[in-house]
Design a protein around this ligand. Sequence first.
Ligand SMILES: [Zn+2]
Ligand SMILES: [Zn+2]
Length: 608
Amino acid sequence: MLWASADFVGRLPLCGSLKEVVGSWRNSMGNRETLKQPDPLCMLRHSAAHVMAQAVKRLYPQVKLAIGPPIEDGFYYDLDLPAQLTDEDLPKIEAEMAKIITANYPFQQSFMTKNEAVKFFKEQGEIYKLQIIEGIPDERVSIYTDGEFVDLCEGPHVKSTGEVKAVKLLSVAGAYWRGDERNKQLQRLYGMAYFRQEDLEAHLKRLEEAKRRDHRKLGKELGLFSFEELAGPGVVFYHPKGARARWIIEDYLRQAHLDRGYQPVVTPHIFRTEIWKRSGHLDYYRDYMLLFEFEEIPYGIKPMNCPGHVLIFASTLRSYRELPIRLFELGTVYRNEKSGVLHGLLRVRGFTQDDAHIFLREDQLVDEISEILEFTFEVLRTFGFLEYEVELSTRPEQFIGTAEAFRQAEDALRKALVSQRITYVVREGEGAFYGPKIDVKIKDALGRSWQCGTIQCDFALPERFDLTYAGADGKPHRVVMLHRALLGSVERFFGMLIEHYAGAFPLWFSPVQVAVIPLTERQLSFARQVAERLRTAEVRVEVDERNEKMEAKIRAAQLAQIPYMLIIGEREVTRGAVAVRHRREGDLGQMAIEAFVERIKKEVGSRQ
Ligand SMILES: [Zn+2]
Ligand SMILES: [Zn+2]
């Protein structure tokens, strides 16, 4: 059902891959969250979160502490503090942390009965800790102490505060208690810790680079997209250049799908809630759905494309000979994401999935999944991604269908992975309740990983909608269904492309490929002729007709990340040529117009 594909990897309080349980703590609901990697870094960072909270408490005794887990990118603590912290306050807190680190307090675990804990944290005025204790089912709770600081915590921690040496506070942001915007807004203080100073410094460098590449900043500078206050948060406005790039990406995807035997479909955006009841979405995802009434009939805006495709499959009798049937749509969906979690193009309320549903027989599973994997890697390679992580998620504790069906589907997914010679990590019990799945994550230029493609087996929808095909025996048989997306959300993928390329898109999907720059007004008419010639060769070209110096025009084209600049002076006009400049390689010398057309067409064609 392609729910997780829009999630932003790196938000979960988990450090990396899942092997062994080393630690756990209570989240804001009092539920135990476990760290599943034998990763000492997580322990260190969680210890750093304690030290940070301790320092804040020394400086602001009125602070109330909420939760403070390690995350993939460091650690945080949520604080309820009347004074608004700013970046200027961070050095002061760091200085206090340094004292705590120098004091080298041991981290010591002890236990209290729930009543003792309630009494203790009440005296401290720690109202959030009281709420967490309320949610804990056990009779006693675990406490960690270092120096004067006492926290409700299950650990584990490093031996003493002296180990938290390479630490840096990064930023402060708003966060709601329990992630619910009806609750009080707290201040989330972020930090990073490593065992070695040089690792910390390398990380800070990466952060700076990430800031430079931030797609929200570049999107504005390059005129690609915006969000409009008047229209509301989380819905994207593509400006002409952004829309251009998106069209090219979509055209490529459409053709690639046709080439691989997918059939295009287009389905509506609103459905009667009746169908969402039948599909199960209303039970499982009601909170994310946008529901309304129309002529007294309840409707919902689609959060997923699956039921639409199911209705098309079910609209006529299907024969075993037709299978697999692959229905593809660039389907736009809407989800009620909390405004607090929205983040540029990476987490939005309205987005388009490169979504397909494949209806097939069980004996076709291995071949089909192999084919999808091959397709996924071909597409990701085309966009310049060569490094992947692949995960196979197996049957969870709660599931529908039979264990045998799950086992067969898992087997098919495994066989397909092996046939494609793909190394993968197994995530036991992490599959969807309706079937096992494969997830593909890509690594970007900064080494960050992003969830993209997903292939999910589904036993639930074919049952719920009674989807069958007529077998060779003439009898109806239950069809198997696959959900798959290669990029996931086009919005999110686009945001990631901006950051991966730092705005300098490869030539083939650059919104403007060539800037023609006449030296003076005298070369303008020749410049227009050159542009016209390029347009007839389907090159996206702009002429800089402004009355500016050549250097200023080159700089503007360079800042706009236009791959080629064609500079035209009197010499070029006389020779019917252009002086070619590349955004990275610099001057390439004079070329005849036709030679340049040849060159650029070849380069676009190879999608380099
Ligand atoms: Zn689906
Ligand atoms: Zn703790």
